[in-house]
Design a protein. Structure first.
Length: 473
């Protein structure tokens, strides 16, 4: 459901007791954790367990495994996930009681009070880039507060309250949340049409990023990964506002350049040049060109904030990943299993390129679960075409999330667009049948990759179990 952002968003300290409806999600769980660390009384409900909830339980936050009106207790404020329905009993009770009801964007804004906000936006790579920036700043001694859409492997958490004055935030455009934060500095990774069910058209979607640049504080900083045309187009917008605009990428036209990019196996390394001078070399423990570009953007933002190259580069090198972003799940029977959140054609292509580098001489066997009926309707053919970079493809049915099913839009639409011989592509609508299908197609030396933003993430450990192994600890 869409909840309007109030004209005035009080700081978290003035919200009273806060109850989170859908607390298990990546965004709400992070906000709840930061509030709890800021001594705000917090409770929450969700209808299923998620990887984000252990970090709340360790703080003693009361959590409910269902939705019911009496879970609100004496709450004065509700923070509600966009996935909640208007019939949710906690939402209904909150409206009846006249409680303050905030969308996640306003909830996040409430905990930013007193911080210099660094917002990371873009169609793809937000979570990874926010994570890389957090790691770089931590290595430089900044100890920022951070809120990320995935679990940062180095800390085991998706959010925490630091002791410094910086707040690193993943700024999500899907529902316009990124227009609320008013950052001191922003980084845009790319702009590529998505979430058209919300924005209505590609023009409106791109216009939202122009509006986002308009929310940056006066005389603030805008870093753009300008190899992407959509991000590069924002440079003129930022300069017209009087912002400091810095472009980064492999292009010779960029202010800061990546050169000498090498992608050996599960790593990536590159030199960083500015003004014809080499600043140094960065080596990452994650594969793929897109991760190198993300890291370069994070590095440039840190440099412009005054931190040393060596410290920032060390932090980037210590980044071992974020949950669901090319995350290694384990190996058994000579088969490596990875999981990733990619659900857009561009993300699929990027992760398959990285998977190919990691697989070496082995094949890439993919299980892909389309996410949202609306996205599959628009991008289903392009999803299938991107999956053609794999050797074997298993397509699941559409993960519905906040939408209702449409019999005309299923995983078969995606499977039918995969440009591989028919025997190498199969549509398996039964989630429980997918692990056995993957195992039947994989052989020693191969890499199995589960892709998608939904329940497909559950399959990696089941594949390992069938292969006779266990997930990595």
């Amino acid at each position: 459901m869409r909840i309007p952002v109030p004209d005035v968003i009080p700081p978290a300290s003035q919200l009273g007791r806060v109850h989170f409806v859908g607390v298990g999600g990546a965004a709400l769980s992070g906000i709840a954790r930061i509030m709890a660390r800021q001594s705000v009384p917090v409770t929450g409900s969700d209808d299923h367990d998620t990887p984000f909830l252990p970090s709340l339980r360790e703080l003693g936050v009361p959590l409910h495994r269902s939705y019911a009106a009496d879970h609100l207790g004496d709450a004065e404020t509700l923070v509600v996930t966009t996935a909640a329905r208007e019939t949710n009993p906690e939402v209904v009770a909150g409206l009846e009681r006249g409680l303050r009801i905030l969308p996640r964007s306003a909830g996040l804004k409430s905990v930013m009070e007193g911080h210099r906000v660094l917002a990371v936006a873009g169609t793809h790579g937000k979570t990874t880039t926010t994570s890389l920036l957090t790691m770089a700043l931590r290595a430089a001694g900044a100890d920022p507060t951070y809120a990320i859409g995935g679990v940062l492997a180095a800390t085991g958490r998706n959010a925490d309250a630091g002791t410094g004055d910086l707040f690193v935030a993943e700024a999500d455009e899907s529902d316009g949340a990124f227009l609320v934060y008013g950052p001191r500095a922003a980084l845009v990774t790319n702009v590529d049409a998505d979430h058209l069910d919300v924005w209505g058209s590609e023009e409106a979607y791109r216009g939202a990023f122009t509006d986002f640049v308009g929310t940056i504080e006066d005389q603030g900083l805008l870093v753009l990964c300008a190899d992407d045309p959509g991000a590069a187009a924002l440079a003129e917008v930022g300069r017209a506002r009087g912002l400091e605009v810095v472009t980064v990428g492999e292009s010779a036209a960029c202010d800061v350049r990546l050169t000498g990019l090498e992608l050996p196996g599960a790593e990536a390394s590159f030199d960083v040049e500015e003004g014809g001078r080499t600043l140094g070399r960065v080596t990452l423990c994650v594969p793929g060109r897109h991760y190198a570009l993300d890291a370069a953007g994070a590095l440039v933002l840190g440099l412009r904030l005054g931190f040393a190259f060596e410290d920032l580069a060390r932090g980037l090198g210590e980044f071992t990943g974020t949950g669901r972003r090319m995350e290694r799940k384990g190996e058994a029977g000579g088969v490596r299993v990875y999981d990733s959140y990619a659900h857009h054609p561009v993300e699929i292509a990027g992760d398959l390129q990285a998977a190919r580098a990691v697989a070496g001489e082995g094949r890439v066997v993919v299980a892909y679960q389309p996410h949202l009926v609306s996205r599959t309707r628009i991008f289903g053919t392009a999803m299938g075409e991107a999956l053609g970079a794999a050797d074997e493809v298993v397509v699941l049915d559409v993960y519905l999330a906040r939408e209702d099913a449409d019999p005309e839009v299923t995983g078969a639409l995606v499977a039918g667009a995969v440009p591989l011989p028919p025997e190498r592509v199969v549509f398996v609508p039964d989630l429980d049948a997918v692990p056995a299908e993957l195992v039947s197609r994989a052989r020693p030396g191969d890499l199995v990759l589960t892709l998608g933003a939904g329940s497909v993430t559950e399959l990696g450990p089941r594949v390992l179990d069938l292969l006779g192994g266990a997930a990595d600890a």
